[in-house]
Every structure is written in C-alpha cells, then in structure tokens.
Design a protein around this ligand. Sequence first.
Ligand SMILES: Cc1cc2nc3c(=O)[nH]c(=O)nc-3n(C[C@H](O)[C@H](O)[C@H](O)COP(=O)(O)OP(=O)(O)OC[C@H]3O[C@@H](n4cnc5c(N)ncnc54)[C@H](O)[C@@H]3O)c2cc1C
Length: 366
Amino acid sequence: MLWVKCASPGLRIARKLHTVNKKSNISKIFLATGGLLATGVIGCYLGYRCFKGKDNNSELSPSHFVKYEISHKQDIDSSHFLLELTPLIRQNVNMWSLMTAENLWSVEVKQPEVMVVRSYTPLPLQFNPVSKELEILKDGDNADGKLCFYIKKYENGEVARWLHQLPKDHVIEIRGPFIDYEFPHLPNESKRSRECLYTSRSNTEIPNEDEDSKFTYQPYDIMMFTAGTGIVTALQLLLTESPFRGSIKLFHTSENIQQLGPLNSILLKLQASNRVRLQVFESDKQTRNKILEDIGKAIPRPSSYKGKLPFSSISGRGFEPILALVCGPEGYISSISGRKLDLNQGPIKGLLAAKGWNFENVYKLS
Ligand SMILES: Cc1cc2nc3c(=O)[nH]c(=O)nc-3n(C[C@H](O)[C@H](O)[C@H](O)COP(=O)(O)OP(=O)(O)OC[C@H]3O[C@@H](n4cnc5c(N)ncnc54)[C@H](O)[C@@H]3O)c2cc1C
C-alpha cells in the first residue's frame, strides 16, 4: 500500500468511519443507533484533533505521521518479535480509554525507504525493564502513549523485516488510530474491571467472576477465529481499558503456541479469569485438515441477542454467540468463513456457513 497514493488522511478516517458504519453487521442486529452514535462521537473527536493538529502535530492522529522511538524489542523466535514504541512527545490522549473494547483499531507504520505503510494492532502492554516482564496497563494509564506490538517477520516481507533490524532508540513514524471493527455502543453501561489480570496469585486461585449482574444490557458473546498474529485482535479486546463484557470463545491456530512468547501466559490468565474460552490448535501441513474438522465440530449455531433484560431471566445463561470474527492469513479465512475479496467481505462459506452463520453475523478482518 503506497502511502503517497492514499487519499488525504483526514478524508481517510472519515471514509474509514463511514466504512465501519457499513461493516458493523452486529449493529444491524441491535442498537443500530448506538453504534452510529459511537462512531459519530469518536469521528468528531478525531476530526477535531485532526483540525487541532495544525498546532499540535505531536498527538497520534490519522491525518499525519507522529514520531515514536523503539523503546524495547524482544525476539520470541526467528520470525516473531515484540516491539514497544514510545512517542518522542508524551501523548495526552489515552487511546485505551477512548477506544475501549467497542473498537478494534490499528495504526500504520511508515517505511520511508520504500514509501509504504503497513498496519499493526497495538496492545495495552508495556515492558518493565526491572522485572523484564510485560505489564498490562491499568485504567487511566496510557504509559505516556507507549504502544506494544506482536509482529511476524516474513522472509521476503518489506516492513516487518525492516522493523526487526532497527536498533533500540531508532525513530520511526506512525499514524492512526484506524478503526477496523466497531461494536455497538451501549449507552451508560458499566465498565468491566481488569483487576483479575493484575493479581500474582496462581491461576487456580483466581475466583470465578460473575460480573454480569452489574450490567444494564445482557453482555453479548462472540466467537473469534484467529491464526498466527491474528490473535492480536482478540488480545486487544480482552486487555484494553473497559474490556469486552461478554464471553469470547477463541479458536486460535498456530504452528506452535510458543510463538506467542509472553503473550501465552497472558492468554492463560485471561482464561483462568473466565474472560476467554480458549481452544488452541497447533497445526502443520499434515494436521491442517484434521484441525479444521475439529474446529468445525466445536462451532455452535448462532444465537440471537435479547437486549436489555432483567437479569433474573438470564442468570446461568450458557455461551450464546451472536457474532463471529475471523482474522488470519488468506487460506485460513477461506476455510473458516469463505474467501475475503480485498476490501469486500465476500460470501460467507466454509465452516461457519455449514453451521448456519451468514453475512449478518460474520466479519472477516484482514
Ligand atoms: C488492520 C491490520 C492489522 C494488522 N496487525 C498486525 C499485527 O499486529 N502484527 C503483524 O505481524 N501483522 C499485522 N498485520 C499485517 C501487516 O500489516 C503486514 O501485512 C505484515 O507485517 C506483512 O508486511 P510486510 O511488509 O513485512 O510483508 P509484505 O512485503 O507485505 O509481504 C511479504 C510476504 O508475506 C506474505 N504475507 C503478508 N502478510 C501475510 C499474512 N498475514 N499471512 C500470510 N502471508 C502473508 C505476502 O504474501 C508476501 O509473500 C495487520 C494487517 C492489518 C490489515
């Protein structure tokens, strides 16, 4: 994607926000106006910042590139690494409070030598140089604007390979946020706490939570199908400030779970805290078909959302997914949900179609 060819960035976010409205299938099912309202609020806010950007070019914005330095880089294996970027000028806007789990978002990294940009999905994590561990940011903390990424380096790839060989403290430029998927906005809904993720107690000691009773709307459940670095989409929803309120059943496929490095223990903690129902598949060429068969068997039929309900009527409800998000390489998306045609979703086929899922409740992410 040639960044010089892009439409004006101001237009681009407007267009992206417009696309988001069109692509939020879930909004069509319920709370359509809520979804539009959220888009409008974020759109106006970012638009205001784009405008304000004339005298404040240091805040992250879709309309211009902002300088960040590489503050930490950590190899996981020969093709996966973690990258932490710190803005040269601390960010006033806390993207995690602004976006919450209502928006899946990414930023674009500029590779200035070949004039291309690539999208990467930030995670609300920061590297602690003392403990040498990744820490989940707390509510209200944006770590001055630090962003953390999990990246795969392809042998012949331009940007990830270039990023990987850059030294610590090297300055690069990014712009964003770009919203890749928007969930409906639930007005005045309570936040979900992240306290259970900060405890150092062993997984077995973390109590089961039943937070549902504090919400006004029935939290809706979703399924996520991810492969490789596609897992970042699920992690963003689960780790951000005001994380996803419903249950997420996550089918994750990778060659080897060790490829996740420290993200694997974060996933296990999320599972122990009942934030995610995790099913991991380690696959190679020989086992691929068998694994797809196993995933197919585990896919439930879609449920319908009941909206604002007295909680007595939904206590003890099971897993009732109303949306399926699919994120991974082309072949994976094809097998799970039918081919994605560039910017077009393409028809819903594959394993999801076989279980009664359709264009109203499936969304394919790139
Ligand atoms: C919204 C969005 C968010 C993203 N977030 C992340 C992220 O957080 N982490 C991350 O690592 N990547 C992410 N990506 C993918 C990323 O933008 C680049 O496509 C990827 O890093 C490859 O770029 P490259 O320039 O290194 O390789 P390229 O020069 O684009 O391609 C090199 C080779 O790899 C192949 N290839 C490229 N991407 C894939 C793929 N996904 N699966 C299989 N083969 C592929 C190409 O066909 C080519 O043969 C995201 C993409 C989108 C659209």
